[in-house]
Design a protein around this ligand. Structure first.
Ligand SMILES: [Mn+2]
Length: 331
């Protein structure tokens, strides 16, 4: 689904603004941050005062983005004291509750996103579910405005958004338009090798050792790979719980594996991350235990011990394999 109004309206609102307020979504990723950093550059070039914020802290790994120092962790839009003439831009944010509280205080709210489940909130909506990323969508908006304000800095920031949201062009959202946009960004001087190094050559020692431990514990049964971590593992290595993000995906890289499970015993329960590239939907498995997600990625929390949770998961997957094949989305 695509909602597009004409670009003249969009840019006349930006041009008429007294101040631009950029908002990144909760648990900010490379797309919401790269998009805001890019628009911050463009806004600044246009001579507009700009501010930028979000509900969660700025992730250390994206500190290299331009204007990252200006990001403010805020509890409410009220902290920016929005007044008439301010334009608020929610970037890459599918619903109001993924933004900061009190969005209603926005004099004008722009919703710029590519999530197919965007609730189309806001005064001006620019949602294109065919775009790989909000960054790709923004590149189109910047290009069509024919503005001279799109610098190398903006191109660099948007490139970070496209690369991270498309899994380095490996996800199915990657299209000819994605590559055309990126081609234009490279013309602006963006160096892919440099961005690759910034994004990837910064893994912490603690995380590397934690992953090593988890990878050494992998067991495989049929096409299912699983591994586990306990609270003490994080303490021993000085690793943060957030450092297991994407770890479960490593299990799917094993030849012959199409379901991956990561179980983390955090004392309050067993937190389970599920990935599936097979006939059984990860969401279907997660739903059985009160969790949720997408066909390829889902999660849930089970009570009890690691071994009882493992047993229940495996028998649930067994049952799904028998009955769920017709229900899972075609790939
Ligand atoms: Mn995105």
């Amino acid at each position: 689904m695509t909602t597009m109004e004409n670009n003249v309206d969009f840019w006349s609102v930006i041009e008429a603004s007294k101040r631009l307020i950029f908002l990144s979504h909760v648990k900010p990723d490379g797309d919401t941050l790269g998009s805001a950093a890019a628009f911050f550059s463009v806004g600044t070039e246009m001579g507009k005062p700009c501010v930028w914020g979000g509900r969660d802290p700025f992730p250390e790994m994206y500190a290299f983005l331009p204007h990252s120092q200006k990001y403010q962790q805020i509890e409410s839009l009220r902290e920016f004291a929005p007044t008439s003439g301010d334009v608020v831009l929610a970037l890459d944010t599918s619903t109001r509750d993924r933004s900061v509280p009190d969005l209603d205080l926005s004099p004008v709210l722009l919703n710029i996103d590519h999530h197919h489940d965007n609730s189309l909130y806001g005064d001006i909506v620019r949602v294109d579910a065919d775009a790989s990323s909000t960054a790709e969508l923004l590149w189109g908006l910047f290009s069509s405005a024919n503005t001279s304000h799109v610098s190398y800095e903006a191109a660099f920031s948007l490139y970070v958004g496209v690369v991270t949201d498309s899994g380095s062009f490996s996800f199915s959202c990657t299209t000819p338009r994605t590559h055309k946009a990126v081609s234009d960004m490279l013309e602006k001087g963006v160096r892919p090798a440099e961005v690759y190094r910034l994004l990837n050559f910064n893994r912490s020692y603690a995380k590397t050792r934690l992953w090593g431990l988890a990878l050494s514990r992998i067991t495989i049964e049929g096409t299912i790979a699983m591994t586990w971590l306990v609270d003490a593992d994080f303490r021993n290595f000085g690793a943060d719980p957030s450092e297991t993000e994407n770890l479960v995906n490593q299990l799917l890289l094993i030849r012959g594996v199409d379901i991956a499970l990561l179980l983390i015993d955090n004392r309050e329960g067993i937190r389970v991350s599920i990935r599936s590239e097979g006939a059984v939907s990860a969401a279907t498995i997660a739903h059985r235990f009160g969790g949720g997600g997408h066909p390829q990625a889902a999660g849930c929390t089970l009570p009890g011990t690691l071994s009882s949770a493992t047993e229940r998961l495996f028998s649930a997957i067994d049952e799904c394999m028998g009955s769920d094949e017709r229900l899972s989305a075609p790939r």
